[in-house]
Design a binder for this molecule. Structure first.
Ligand SMILES: N[C@@H](CCC(=O)N[C@@H](CS)C(=O)NCC(=O)O)C(=O)O
Length: 245
């Protein structure tokens, strides 16, 4: 199986962690968002990552990909078995991808990390301030009512736990930490999921990607055991996709 994506995307991380949880073999075609060539656009019409290629099937969108993985490779399920729990897991996955994505990716990580690096300009300070003072606290208030005081959401770790925690790792990269006194359940839950072996394993590759010089990055990742394919879809100049700015 091939995943087109970057180790530091929260949506890619979610898919890779689910592949790890299921013990499936995969390779990553390492593309940086906004730098995809025309072939990438034919595989991903919204120009977004991740993309999964499994034999003759090509799929976009992390939720579609994880649902496919769970149906095609049912061992170690990503969802609980009870219908009500399954529905709640899907909702929390959707809440993470949509709301936490808006806040932590587009409101913080994109503004503070991606925008200066890719477009060479500072991000939107007003948007960062609104995210930090209003929108993120409201989301954490909601999560505090949804997350358990111990363990994972359901009996075993699954896609909803992984999706939620994945966004907090990018929030951390953008300088945001959860106030454990105000949101103790969120702080404990995020720490527990990020410490799980399937997430911890990926952190090694993320650290290299964030710190290694771009010329030495590929070799550093390979040396650390990252399962990479050839880099076939990148290009030199970034191209704006259909970003939700
Ligand atoms: N709903 C999609 C969102 C994927 C997404 O937004 N990925 C970002 C990287 S974190 C991307 O590729 N952005 C490029 C763009 O919007 O042009 C999913 O769950 O896979």
């Amino acid at each position: 199986m091939k995943i087109i994506g970057s180790f530091i995307s929260p949506y890619v991380r979610k898919v890779l962690a689910c592949l790890e949880l299921k013990g499936l073999d995969y390779r990553v075609d390492p593309i940086t968002p906004f730098f995809g060539n025309d072939e990438f656009a034919t595989l991903s019409p919204l120009r977004r990552i991740p993309v999964l290629i499994d034999g003759d099937v090509t799929l976009c969108d992390s939720s579609v990909i994880c649902a496919y993985l769970d149906e095609a490779y049912p061992a170690t399920p990503l969802l609980p078995s009870d219908p009500k729990d399954r529905a709640r897991a899907r909702w929390l996955e959707e809440y993470a991808d949509t709301r936490l994505g808006d806040l932590f990716i587009w409101g913080l990580f994109y503004q503070r990390v991606v925008h200066p690096a890719v477009w060479g300009e500072p991000g939107d300070e007003a948007r960062i301030a609104k995210t930090l003072t209003e929108d993120a606290p409201a989301a954490l208030d909601y999560l505090e009512t949804q997350l358990p005081a111990v363990g994972f959401l359901f009996s075993e770790i699954g896609v909803a736990d992984i999706a939620i925690a994945s966004f907090f790792r990018n929030a951390d990269y953008a300088g945001f930490t959860v106030d454990g006194e105000r949101w103790p359940k969120v702080a404990r839950f995020v720490a527990a999921v990020l410490a799980h072996p399937v997430m911890a394993k990926l952190l090694v590759f993320e650290d290299i990607q964030r710190s290694a010089d771009i010329k030495g990055r590929r070799q550093a990742l390979l040396d650390a055991g990252a399962p990479l394919t050839e880099d076939t879809l990148g290009m030199r100049e970034p191209r704006r996709g259909m970003m939700r700015l």
